[in-house]
Design a protein around this ligand. Structure first.
Ligand code: PHE
Length: 343
């Protein structure tokens, strides 16, 4: 029996084929149910116990090598056939050229870049900061009282408690860092991603994007802020845009305001977009609270400043008439492809 195994092993090792039929032929002869190898396994039962170990070993080697060799030759032949098929094919010169799909910027990036550009043109520089913030930069330095609801678990995603580390809820935290590290005059905008623990809906998301601005110098007034924001509104929404400031409250500004722009769809008389009010709310703003300046090491008797902050999603929804904020995050190509921009 051992001779038979050896002879077959020899045959397997020397086997070569030029067609798949030859491979199949050998496979049937050696490996099929009634093939030589299975029948050797059957005969194995009658092998003398003293020879069993060696015969068994050889038989296993034979089987493994046969399986491997046949598979290797088969795949080699298949590949050859494929290559031949490809090279036989003549190029079809009438075929249309291959279309190279070009990506487009995400609408939020387009709008952010436009906002940045508008402020950069009047001397604001971009500053960035960490998305994971400590309590000081996100809340305390900004004059948030100890019990302010925004600090609550309900509004803020905490990474740890004691010391409190959280995902920043606004990019005002970046402005604290700038004030701590630079001397006035300061003119900066901080675009970035922010996080609030809100239920996701057509109008809210737990992740969104902001651009906040800060201007600090000697003698900066509310009128300066108004002029700057009017300039922004006209650049962003068009020459004839008007603005209005409504009193509001933020812990870090005093006085504080909400800024509305005249509806860029109906221009004032009222439509479904502005809910028939003629106005659309776009940002919060106000004069930096002296406490905040002092917290950041800036002399509030010498310097004053204004700050503002807006949500990029909201502006983009308004500009492009997007009804559902979730579309920004779904990355549906049919949606994204509609936005092409040079910036
Ligand atoms: N930080 C405020 C917010 O999250 C926006 C704001 C910035 C308001 C600066 C006033 C001044 O929403």
């Amino acid at each position: 029996m051992i001779e038979k195994i050896k002879a077959l092993l020899e045959e397997v090792r020397e086997f070569n084929a030029t067609s798949l039929e030859q491979v199949e032929e050998l496979r049937i002869r050696l490996l099929s149910k009634k093939g030589e190898i299975p029948s050797l396994f059957k005969d194995f039962k009658s092998v003398d116990p003293s020879e069993r170990k060696e015969v068994g070993r050889q038989l296993n080697i034979l089987k493994q090598e046969a399986v491997k060799k046949l598979a290797a030759i088969k795949s080699g032949l298949e590949q050859e056939a494929l290559n031949k098929k490809m090279s036989d094919k003549k190029p079809d010169t009438t075929m249309p050229a291959r279309f190279n799909p070009i990506g487009s910027r995400h609408p939020l990036s387009v709008v952010r870049n436009r906002i940045n550009g508008i402020f950069e043109r009047i001397g604001f520089v971009i500053s960035e900061g960490p998305e994971i913030e400590d309590d000081w930069h996100n809340f305390s330095a900004l004059n948030f009282p100890e019990e302010h609801p925004a600090r609550d678990m309900q509004d803020t995603f905490f990474v740890s408690k004691n010391p409190d580390i959280a995902l920043r809820t606004h990019t005002s935290s970046v402005q604290v860092r700038v004030m701590e590290n630079q001397k006035p005059p300061i003119r900066t905008i901080s675009p970035g991603r922010v996080f609030r623990n809100e239920a996701i809906s057509a109008r809210a998301h737990c992740i969104f994007h902001q651009v906040e601005g800060l201007y600090i110098d000697e003698g900066v007034s509310f009128a300066d802020m108004k002029q700057c924001l009017l300039y922004f509104a006209r650049e962003m929404f068009g020459e004839s845009t008007r603005i209005r400031l409504r009193p509001s409250f933020f812990p870090f500004t005093e006085p504080s305001a909400e800024m509305d722009v005249s509806c860029n769809i109906c221009g004032g008389p009222g439509c479904t977009i502005c809910k028939y009010s003629g106005w659309i709310e776009v940002m919060g703003c106000g004069m930096v609270d002296p406490n905040v300046l002092e917290n950041c090491g800036i002399d509030s008797r010498k310097y004053s400043g204004y700050a503002f902050g807006m949500g990029i999603e909201r502006i983009a929804m308004n500009l492009y008439q997007i009804k559902d904020l979730r579309m920004f995050f779904e990355n549906d190509l049919r949606f994204l492809r509609q936005f092409r921009s040079a910036i």
